[in-house]
Each structure stands twice: as structure tokens, then as C-alpha cells.
Design a protein around this ligand. Structure first.
Ligand code: FAD
Length: 656
């Protein structure tokens, strides 16, 4: 039952997503059916696998995407030990390959590509992925708004990394035809600022006493996807005049940014860094700088887009590396301190290496697929891939040396015989209510590491324990299609940091036009806004926060999330004339309970401070004919890592 507030927000309106129930297609995409574990969906009855049916086109699906319904049930049943209770007898496909890759993200696709380069292009490779689309986190979201086509990223946003790309990763980017230095040609840098729009902060009345949108005097590059803008002095003045903060809090913010206090007097730079590595930034602000609690509240969610947790769980030394305020008077040696998180070590060369496609790094995944199965994606360049339509029906053809099989969850991976002497690995996978086997000379597990101990039982216990430590950071990447962005223009906001919002950050789409794709340039034109949420429970250890957040994402329905989005946008943009019922045309929530690879840090990982073997080094060891890739393999949530780890894994099987 909808109440009148729901109706005002437009919860009853027909938007594109209403064709779908929790990401389950009811109309054109009827080929994409959730696969309750066993029984309800009978592949034999329909002969064709879903991806081979006409009209199968996951990028255009809206509603709940990311880890969508139908993608995780089999893996969870394996985890819970119930999978084999009801499983039908596995069907032997009779297929044999040179390599089976489990996981069709950038790491798995890169592994398939590197393998063919070393073994020859006739080498036979099968890629299995549990999702209905390839790319892993690198997912493409498409929208039609009126007569306009808009592209969004459902996960992996851009080519960027805190440290420079390795030779291997750079070479692959270049081989795909991506000219990273040419990026400025495609982005309309300064578009929003030139129209009077700047990053803003939304203060909510529950936490700060009034709903108020105020210009952000010092947008942090942690959460802003727009270039830092000029006119700082002017913005400070406006902020101080308008922010619903107490006079004491405003004074403390000024002190934090503009006074250079030494809050650890009498210690050397190394001693200070050692202290900062062991205290949270929240503690630094409260206990050393002694700021007003409202200041801590204001900063709380700032690092969430990077780490999935707030300043209560991020080390002060890392906050210093990120450029957060309060450290100017400590006279710290600029060299990175011991135990710094890799994301927090500034590097100019790495910062300059940036490229954003309108669908994010889904373009990389699509270019890799084009290399592996050329018929599936037309074109030849990094520009023409942007508008190229993938033909899913070509991905898994017997005539092709490489086959990409979607909606297929590997449930058991084991050597045929003893690992030391076996000639083959058998991979069992669940798909459409049935269970199948295929064999290969080698297998690369490019899937999430937490899954591996459950599907590959023959691994040594120590390695399984290390793999299990790689629980990922949960995130929501939401795309909302709007008829126009006039309300943003009226309010002068290009992006919004909302420390207590359901989504703690949202922004107008990064304006990139490439390969015939044109981004919105005028406020009257349809646009996507990108919203980000990292569910967490401040005050607890980081891994606990991620576990609780992951559960929250699994338990929350699309309807609830939609309501939160509409409410948040109405409250923030309403004074600019925004009407969620009228202005929102579609919503795609990319739910990633298993999101970023967990990155080690000095607050929660003693070994990271002390040195020695890290869990990911134990986790990624090859075993017999099985090698292990994925960004988890170096505990580093970046595309270059996914590529580098694929390269290493292929090298290991080539040696073995
Ligand atoms: C929301 C989000 C935003 C990001 N933004 C960026 C960014 O801007 N830049 C950047 O460099 N990095 C970014 N990352 C990090 C990103 O994870 C990596 O860049 C890269 O895409 C990871 O690739 P991968 O192949 O290692 O893992 P994934 O992309 O996760 O692929 C692994 C695949 O294996 C599948 N799988 C798991 N278990 C099984 C099974 N049993 N059977 C079959 N398949 C299985 C998974 O479902 C998944 O599809 C982002 C990550 C997230 C979640």
C-alpha cells in the first residue's frame, strides 16, 4: 500500500525499472530468468541457454543489478553446505579445454587473453561467470531517456590507480587501443563550474538541525569525481555564512584548515607517523585537535568512497596521505610512513594516468571480449567500442576457440586424480537449475577469493584460511536517470556530499563524449546522476563493519532503496524545483555486497605495520594445475591489479 508521501515521491510511477522486479526481467528480457537453485527453470525445456535467446541484453536492464537475483544463490548454498543436498547428478558436457577460467571480470578476461597469447590463438578457453553479464565489477548500464541514450558505469569507474600502472597493465591498455594521455580530448572539463555549479554539502536536519545545501569550501578529491574548482576564498565565506553548524564548530573547521598546530609536540617525524598509524582520524580530530563533535560528524563519511568505512576506521596517517586537514603543523617528512595504505601514498605519475569511459571500465571488459570472441562486439577501436552493441548470442559458440558462459556458478573445482600428477582439472558448475562438468588442462580461479575455499576443497588449509580473509568491501553504485538537471543548476550544485545521507555522495555524470556518444551539456537535457553508498557500522573494526554492511545490502529490497533515493533527492534538490515523481525516469542500483578488494591498513592489520608475508601472498599460490588471479590476489582494488594478477597466474600455469 502506498501512502501519500510515496505518491509524492513517485513510488507508484511507471518508470523503466517497473518492468522489472528486483532486477528480474518480465518483458523483453524474459530470457533472463533468475535461477532458483533447482527445479523451477528447466534448460531442456527451452533448449537455448538464456544468453543465446533473442532479446537477451543485460546492460539495458534496470532495477537491482550488480550481484542480481539469480547470481549468488548457488554459491551461497555451497557456502552453507546445502548445495549438494538437492543437486541433480552433474551432466558431463564432454567439453575439454586448454584452460577454464572461473570469473569473467577484468582479471578472468585478461587471463584468457594472456593465455591465448602464450599458448596460441587456437587454444581453447572457457570462461564461466555467475552473473548474467560479463565484466565482473566492470559493468555497463544503459538508459533511454526520451529520445536520448545515456551510458553509466555500474561498478569500476575509470583507469586510475594510486601507484603507476605496471608495464604489463599499461601494455594491455595500449594493446586494446586506449590512448590514456588523449583523455582531455573527450572530457568537458569545467563544464559544470562554467555554468555556476560546484560541489556542495547537504546538512540534514536530524544531525545538524536543518536541511541545508551549502557549497563545499574544500571538496576532497576522495569523493569528488569533478575537477577541483577555483574561488576557494569565496566558497569559504559562503560556507561559514550558511552552514547550519554551531559557531564553535565553524571556528574549529577554520582552525583545522588554516592554523598550523603541532598536535604531537616533542616527537620526531617518524615517531609522529607511528602514533598516527595507530589512531583513527576521528580520534586524531577529537583527542588531539580537540574539535567540536559536529566537525567529526561532518568529516565522518569522507573516506567511504575509497574504503567503505568512515574516519572512525581510517588511520590518521592515511588521512594525512589523503590530504585531509590537520597535519600542516606537524612537520611530517613527506615520505610515506610505515604501514600506510597504498591508496594514501600520493604519486604524481599515477595521478596523471586517468581515463574514464562513459560506462567506466566496462569498456575495457568489452574490448577484452572483442579480442577473445571478435564476432560478439563489432568494431576495432577504443572509441567505437563505446556505442558498439554486444551480441550475447555469439559468446558461447562451439565453433569459437573461446567461449564465455554466463549465469554459470562454479561449485566444485578439482584435479582429476592426484593434484601432483593430474593431467586435467574438472570444473563443475550450476546453471539454470542444472549442474554440469567440463574439463581442462589448467584452471585459473579469477573469482572472489572468499568463494575459493568452498569450491576448491583440495587446497591446503593454510591457503584456504588466507583466501577466506579476503572478504570484500560492500558498496552500492546507483545510477538515476533524470529528464534534466535544471534543479542542480538552480541550486549551483554539481555534486553533493551528504555525511548522513542514505547515499553519502552523488554527482552529475562525468561529462565525457567519445566515439559518437554525446554527454549532456545543457541543464535541459537528460542526464544520469551517480550515487554511492557504502553501508557500514561506525565504531566497530573495519572487517566487522563490512560484514554488517554486506548483510544489509543482501537484506534490503529494491523498493526500499528506491524510496530512500527519491526521499534523499527530494530533500536535497526540492528547493531547486526537483520533483522525483516527474524527474526520475529510471533507476539502476548496482549492488556489490562483494565490492572492492579489501586493502590492508595499519589500524586493523598488524602484519601490514610489521612486515612479513601477507594473507594475499599465501592465498594466491598455485596448486597443481590451478592458479589464482583476481584483484584480491594482491589486496588492491584496482584494474591494474586485476590485470597484473592475471598475468602472474598465466605465467604460473605456463611454468607448471
Ligand atoms: C563499485 C566498484 C567500483 C570500482 N571502481 C574502480 C575504479 O574506478 N578503478 C579501478 O581500477 N578499480 C575499481 N574497482 C575495483 C575493481 O574491482 C577492479 O578494478 C576490477 O574490475 C576487478 O576485476 P576482477 O576480475 O579482479 O574481479 P571482479 O570484477 O569481481 O570479477 C570476478 C568475477 O568472478 C565471479 N565469480 C565469483 N565466484 C564465482 C563462481 N563461483 N563461479 C563463477 N564466477 C564467479 C564474480 O561474480 C565476478 O563476476 C571498483 C570496484 C567496485 C566494486
Amino acid at each position: 500500500m502506498r501512502n501519500s508521501r510515496d505518491r509524492e515521491l513517485g513510488l507508484g510511477r511507471a518508470i523503466t525499472r517497473r518492468d522489472f522486479l528486483n532486477g528480474v526481467a518480465l518483458t523483453v528480457g524474459a530470457a533472463i530468468v533468475p535461477s532458483p537453485l533447482f527445479g523451477a527453470f528447466d534448460l531442456a525445456a527451452s533448449d537455448l541457454a538464456p544468453q543465446d535467446k533473442p532479446g537477451y541484453y543485460p546492460p539495458a536492464l534496470t532495477g537491482l543489478r550488480g550481484s542480481h537475483v539469480g547470481s549468488f544463490e548457488a554459491a551461497h548454498a555451497v557456502r552453507d553446505g546445502t548445495f549438494w543436498d538437492d543437486a541433480p547428478k552433474p551432466i558431463d558436457t564432454g567439453e575439454t579445454y586448454d584452460l577454464i577460467v572461473v570469473g569473467g571480470g577484468i582479471s578472468g578476461l585478461s587471463a584468457a587473453h594472456f593465455f591465448r597469447k602464450s599458448a596460441g590463438s587456437s587454444a581453447r578457453v572457457l570462461v564461466l561467470d555467475n552473473h548474467d553479464d560479463f565484466g565482473g565489477h566492470a559493468k555497463r548500464n544503459e538508459f533511454s531517456i526520451g529520445n536520448q541514450f545515456r551510458l553509466g558505469f555500474g561498478g569500476t569507474f575509470s583507469i586510475e590507480s594510486p601507484a603507476p600502472y605496471s608495464k604489463v597493465a599499461k601494455a594491455l591498455v595500449e594493446e586494446l587501443g586506449i590512448d590514456v594521455p588523449s583523455y582531455p580530448k573527450y572530457v568537458s572539463r569545467g563544464l559544470y563550474h562554467s555554468q555556476g555549479l560546484d560541489p556542495c554539502i547537504f546538512f540534514d536536519k536530524e544531525s545538524f538541525g536543518a536541511d541545508k545545501l551549502v557549497v563545499n569550501p574544500k571538496p576532497s578529491n576522495i569523493s569528488e569525481t569533478v575537477p577541483t574548482v577555483s574561488g576557494e576564498a569565496e566558497r569559504w565565506k559562503k560556507f561559514v555564512a550558511e552552514a547550519p553548524l554551531t559557531a564553535a564548530a565553524k571556528k574549529d573547521i577554520d582552525r583545522l584548515y588554516h592554523e598550523n598546530g603541532d598536535y604531537l609536540p616533542g616527537l620526531s617525524s617518524d615517531q609522529k607517523k607511528a602514533r598516527l598509524a595507530r589512531m583513527s582520524y576521528a580520534a586524531f580530530l577529537s583527542d588531539l585537535v580537540k574539535v567540536h563533535p559536529q566537525v567529526v560528524q561532518l568529516f565522518q563519511a569522507m573516506p567511504q568512497p575509497l574504503f567503505g568505512v568512515g574516519i572512525d576506521a581510517v588511520a590518521a596517517q592515511d588521512a594525512w596521505g589523503l590530504g585531509l586537514p590537520g597535519f600542516a603543523g606537524l612537520n611530517l617528512d613527506p615520505a610515506p610512513g610505515k604501514g600506510m595504505n597504498r591508496d594514501c601514498i600520493p604519486n604524481e605519475e599515477a595521478e596523471a594516468y586517468f581515463f574514464h569511459f562513459p560506462d567506466g571500465n566496462a569498456s575495457i571488459a568489452r574490448m577484452l571480449v572483442r579480442k577473445l570472441v571478435p564476432d560478439a562486439i563489432p568494431g576495432t577501436t577504443a572509441a567505437d567500442v563505446v556505442l558498439a552493441k554486444a551480441d550475447y548470442n555469439k559468446l558461447d559458440n562451439a565453433s569459437s576457440p573461446v567461449r564465455i558462459r554466463l549465469s554459470s556458478t562454479a561449485v566444485r573445482v578439482k584435479h582429476v586424480g592426484d593434484a601432483a600428477s593430474a593431467k586435467e582439472v574438472e570444473v563443475t558448475y550450476a546453471r539454470g537449475g542444472k549442474v554440469y562438468t567440463a574439463r581442462a588442462s589448467h584452471c585459473i580461479l579469477a573469482c572472489w577469493h572468499v568463494v575459493i575455499p568452498y569450491i576448491c576443497e583440495e587446497l591446503p588449509d593454510k591457503q584456504k584460511a588466507a583466501l577466506a580473509e579476503a572478504a570484500k568491501v560492500p558498496l552500492l553504485y546507483t545510477n538515476v536517470a533524470l529528464r534534466n538537471w535544471t534543479s542542480f543548476q538552480k541550486l549551483g550544485a554539481s555534486s553533493v556530499y551528504a555525511p548522513n545521507g542514505y547515499h553519502t555522495f552523488f554527482t552529475l555524470d562525468l561529462p565525457v563524449s567519445i566515439g559518437g556518444y554525446e554527454c549532456a551539456k545543457k541543464p535541459e537535457e537528460p542526464i544520469l546522476i551517480h550515487m554511492m553508498k557504502t553501508p557500514c557500522k561506525p565504531g566497530r573494526p573495519a572487517r566487522d563493519q563490512h560484514r554488517i554492511g554486506r548483510m544489509e545490502l543482501f537484506m534490503t529490497t529494491f523498493d526500499t532503496i528506491e524510496g530512500k533515493i527519491r526521499e534523499q533527492l527530494a530533500r536535497t534538490l526540492g528547493p531547486g524545483g526537483f520533483d522525483p515523481a516527474r524527474d526520475i525516469t529510471a533507476i539502476t542500483v548496482n549492488r556489490w555486497p562483494h565490492g572492492y578488494a579489501y586493502e590492508y591498513n595499519s589500524l586493523w592489520d598488524q602484519f601490514w605495520l610489521e612486515g612479513g608475508e601477507t594473507p594475499c601472498e599465501v592465498a594466491r599460490k598455485p596448486f597443481g594445475r590451478i592458479a589464482i588471479a583476481n584483484a584480491d590476489a594482491d589486496a588492491y582494488a584496482y584494474t591494474d591489479c586485476a590485470i597484473d594478477q592475471a598475468w602472474r597466474a598465466v605465467g604460473e600455469i605456463a611454468k607448471g
